[in-house]
Design a protein around this ligand. Structure first.
Ligand code: NAD
Length: 335
């Protein structure tokens, strides 16, 4: 089976290419550096499978281009599939597979890392000490113990975040359409989204991006939050209305913001743009706040997670190559 891998970075070659050889999958993989877009879709001509990541564009136009070029399987090497027009994929007879679970620990641990780094201002301390500035004024933090953390979306990742924070002695609030027994066993109280915003010292987002969750962190949600609340988003950028967050930071309602994802990240994240001008004014503004910490969609990025992603992705492709189907648990279908 011929596989066109888009948005390739050295670590994709390492894990996907390496495991393909190691496990004898014998897939004919071609690694392309660019993202899949309407400009690059031609590269996929003649490839039965395209392997894509979070910022590849799979809208109806691109999917039509893929189908016309002979593609039959879209193998996402990630969990989220908000970048795929699933209705168009189904109409075109394209099979879509993903990696629903790899390491919830990777994302959960990065989430808590952002909380601690913001709270204790570790990124600022690092800069100071390197400059020979050993003063600690301005670095005042708070104890996590006893603080209330609101977890929005209590699936695989949200529950692990809950487990870690329980270890710190935090109180847990949760919001999800489908409450989790595991989260309740941790002592979490399920409340409405509004109540979660009102009562939490820290709010952390772990639900998928859907039309329903798009911009759930809005002006109204921020208005409900406690003064100085911390907001963490390691899920998808579109959950947050960036303009509302900037306004919330400017008026002090938001005291800390940690983002591993950004709604307009596709043109920036995963690239070295250190010699370029950032033309996105919202992103540029966010980076000026001393109480904002942005990472470049790296929450998933552990060796353990990369191995698991490669394993499931190659398994999906090989299964499709042998019998034209993918495991039900990994198949993505339109709602
Ligand atoms: P999951 O499917 O196990 O859990 C998602 C939870 O969100 C479910 O419990 C679901 O009921 C809930 N949910 C769905 N719609 C909701 C709504 N409208 N309101 C409240 N809750 C809702 O997913 P997961 O594995 O825990 O991953 C969560 C998200 O994390 C993914 O959708 C993905 O966007 C993101 N993610 C980010 C990274 C990263 O590197 N930053 C890596 C992996 C996943």
């Amino acid at each position: 089976m011929k596989v066109a891998v888009f948005s390739t970075k050295p670590y994709d070659r390492q894990f996907l290419g390496g495991l393909n050889d190691e496990r004898g999958h014998a897939l004919e993989m071609r690694f392309f550096d660019p993202r899949l877009t309407d400009q690059t879709v031609k590269l996929a001509e003649g490839y039965e499978t395209v392997c894509v990541f979070v910022n590849d564009v799979l809208d109806a136009e691109v999917l039509r281009g893929l189908a016309a070029g002979g593609t039959r399987l879209i193998a996402l090497r990630c969990a989220g599939f908000n970048n795929v027009d699933m209705r168009a994929a189904a109409e075109l007879g394209l099979t879509v597979a993903r990696v629903p679970a790899y390491s919830p620990y990777a994302v959960a641990e990065h989430t808590v890392g952002l909380m601690l780094a913001l709270n204790r201002k570790i990124y600022r301390a690092y800069g100071r000490v390197r400059e020979g500035n050993f003063a600690i004024h301005g670095l005042l933090g708070f104890d996590m113990r006893g603080r209330t953390v609101g977890v929005v979306g209590t699936g695989r990742i949200g529950v692990v975040v809950g487990e870690i924070l329980r270890g710190f002695g935090c109180e847990l609030l949760a919001f999800d359409k489908h409450p989790s027994d595991m989260m309740q066993a941790l002592g979490a109280d399920y409340v409405s989204f509004d109540e979660l915003c009102e009562r939490s010292d820290i709010i952390t987002l772990h639900c998928p991006l859907t039309p329903e969750t798009h911009h759930m962190i809005s002006d109204a949600a921020i208005d409900r939050m406690r003064d100085g609340a911390m907001l963490i988003n390691t899920s998808r950028g579109g959950l947050v209305d960036t303009a509302a967050v900037i306004a919330g930071l400017k008026r002090g309602r938001l005291g800390y913001v940690g983002l591993d994802v950004y709604e307009e990240e596709a043109d920036f994240f995963f690239e070295d743009l250190s010699d370029s001008i950032i033309r996105d004014d919202d992103l540029a503004r966010l980076l000026t706040f001393p109480n904002v910490l942005v990472t470049s969609h790296q929450a998933f990025f552990t060796a353990d997670a990369m191995r698991q992603i490669a394993e499931t992705t190659l398994g999906n492709i090989s299964r499709f190559a042998s019998d034209g189907a993918v495991d039900e648990a990994n198949a993505v279908r339109p709602k």
